[in-house]
Ligand binder design. Structure first.
Ligand SMILES: Nc1nc2c(ncn2[C@@H]2O[C@H](COP(=O)(O)OP(=O)(O)OP(=O)(O)O)[C@@H](O)[C@H]2O)c(=O)[nH]1
Ligand SMILES: [Mg+2]
Length: 326
C-alpha cells in the first residue's frame, strides 16, 4: 500500500481513502500495523481539530435516531460529520450494524457525512485503539464533528468519554424510581444529559424526568471543566427534530468556554497520556499470555506451588529472562 498517496488523499478529504485507512488501522496483521502507524505519524499535526462528541445510551433510547437527525442538522449547516460506533456486543450479534444502516439511511447518503460501524472485535482494548486512531483519521480528513456512539454497557462508556471533548448521555423518559438506574459514575462523566422522546404522550413525563435529572446533577461535585450551569439536562425529540439546535448551541458554548480556559487542550493532553499508559499496560499483559512467556510462567508457578522457589524469586526470574526487565 502506498502510504504517501493514502495520506494525500485523506488530507484532500476523500472518503474512500478514509475508509481504507480505517480498515488498515483495524487490521490485526503485523505489516498492516506498521503501515497504520506510519500513516498516523505522517498525518499528525495536519488536518483540523474536530469537536469529538461521545454519545451513550441504553438500547432503544434513540441513539441512532438522534444521530441521524442531529447529523442531518449539522450537515445542513455545512459541517462535515463523521460517526463512529463502539459496540462491544457487535462481535456477538452483528445486529446493530444492520439496524444502523436502515436507521441512518438519510445520513449515510449525505456526502458530508461518513458513518463507520463498529468492527467485529471482541477485545475492548482493540476497539479502543481502533476508535482512537479512526478519530485521528477523521480529523485529518477535515471532519468538523466526530460523533462516537456507544451502547450503555459497562466499560465502553468510560472508554468513549476518554476520547471525547464532550460527552452526552441520552436518556429515556421514566418514572422517578428509574432515575436510580443511572449509575452515579456515568452521570459524573456526562456534560449534557438529553432526555429523548419528549414528544406526544411521553412529553410531560420527559419534562418531569429532565427536572429530576437536573436536580440530581446539582448534587454532584463541581468539576473544573464546567462553566456555570453545567453539566445540564435538557429534553429533545430525535423523532420530531426538536431541541436539537438548542442542544448543539449548548455544546458549542461549552466547547468554546473550554477552549478559552485551556480546559479543552488540557483534557486532550490528559487523554493522550491515559491512552499511552493504557496501551503499555495492555501490551505487557498480552505478552504474558503469549508463548514463550505463558509456558515459562506456568512452569515457574508450579515451582512456586511446590515450594521450590519463593514468589518473588520466580517473578524476578520471569521478568529478567523472558521480558528483559530488571
Ligand atoms: N417517540 C419517540 N420515539 C423515538 C425517538 N427517538 C427514537 N425513537 C424510537 O425508539 C426506538 C429505538 O430507536 P433507536 O434510534 O433505534 O435507538 P438506539 O438507541 O439506537 O437503539 P440500539 O441501537 O438498539 O441501542 C425506535 O422505534 C425509534 O423510532 C423520539 O425522539 N421520540
Ligand atoms: Mg442504534
Amino acid at each position: 500500500m502506498d502510504i504517501e498517496d493514502l495520506k494525500t488523499r485523506i488530507l484532500a478529504g476523500e472518503r474512500r481513502a478514509l475508509a481504507r485507512a480505517i480498515t488498515l488501522v483495524e487490521s490485526g496483521r503485523a505489516d498492516h500495523r506498521a503501515q497504520a502507524l506510519s500513516l498516523l505519524e505522517a498525518l499528525k499535526g495536519h488536518g483540523r481539530e474536530a469537536l469529538r462528541v461521545g454519545l451513550s445510551g441504553t438500547p432503544g433510547v434513540g441513539k441512532s435516531t438522534f444521530i441521524e437527525a442531529f447529523g442531518m442538522m449539522l450537515t445542513a449547516q455545512g459541517l462535515k460529520v463523521a460517526v463512529l460506533a463502539v459496540d462491544p456486543s457487535s462481535a456477538r450479534s452483528g445486529g446493530s450494524i444492520l439496524g444502523d444502516k436502515t436507521r441512518m439511511e438519510r445520513l449515510s447518503r449525505d456526502k458530508n457525512a461518513f458513518i463507520r460501524p463498529s468492527p467485529s472485535q471482541s477485545q475492548l482494548g482493540g476497539v479502543a485503539r481502533r476508535t482512537r486512531e479512526a478519530i485521528d483519521l477523521c480529523e485529518a480528513a477535515g471532519f468538523d464533528v466526530v460523533l462516537i456512539e456507544t451502547v450503555g454497557v459497562g466499560q465502553s462508556e468510560t472508554m468513549v468519554a476518554e476520547m471525547s471533548d464532550l460527552f452526552l448521555l441520552l436518556l429515556a423518559p421514566a418514572g422517578g424510581d428509574e432515575l436510580q438506574g443511572v449509575k452515579r459514575g456515568i452521570m459524573e462523566m456526562a456534560d449534557i444529559l438529553l432526555v429523548n422522546k419528549a414528544d406526544g404522550a411521553l412529553k410531560s413525563t420527559a419534562v418531569r424526568t429532565c427536572a429530576d435529572y437536573a436536580g440530581a446533577l446539582r448534587l454532584l461535585r463541581k468539576r473544573p471543566q464546567d462553566p456555570e450551569g453545567f453539566p445540564k439536562a435538557m429534553t429533545v425529540s430525535a423523532l420530531e427534530d426538536s431541541g436539537l439546535l438548542t442542544a448543539w448551541e449548548e455544546m458549542q458554548f461549552l466547547a468554546d468556554w473550554r477552549r478559552e480556559t485551556g480546559q479543552f487542550a488540557g483534557r486532550r493532553a490528559e487523554q493522550a497520556r491515559f491512552w499511552f499508559e493504557a496501551e503499555v499496560r495492555e501490551r505487557l499483559l498480552a505478552r504474558l499470555k503469549r508463548e514463550p512467556v505463558k509456558g515459562a510462567m506456568e512452569a515457574l508457578a508450579r515451582d512456586v506451588e511446590a515450594g521450590g522457589l519463593t514468589p518473588s524469586a520466580a517473578a524476578e526470574e520471569l521478568l529478567r529472562d523472558y521480558l528483559q526487565m530488571g
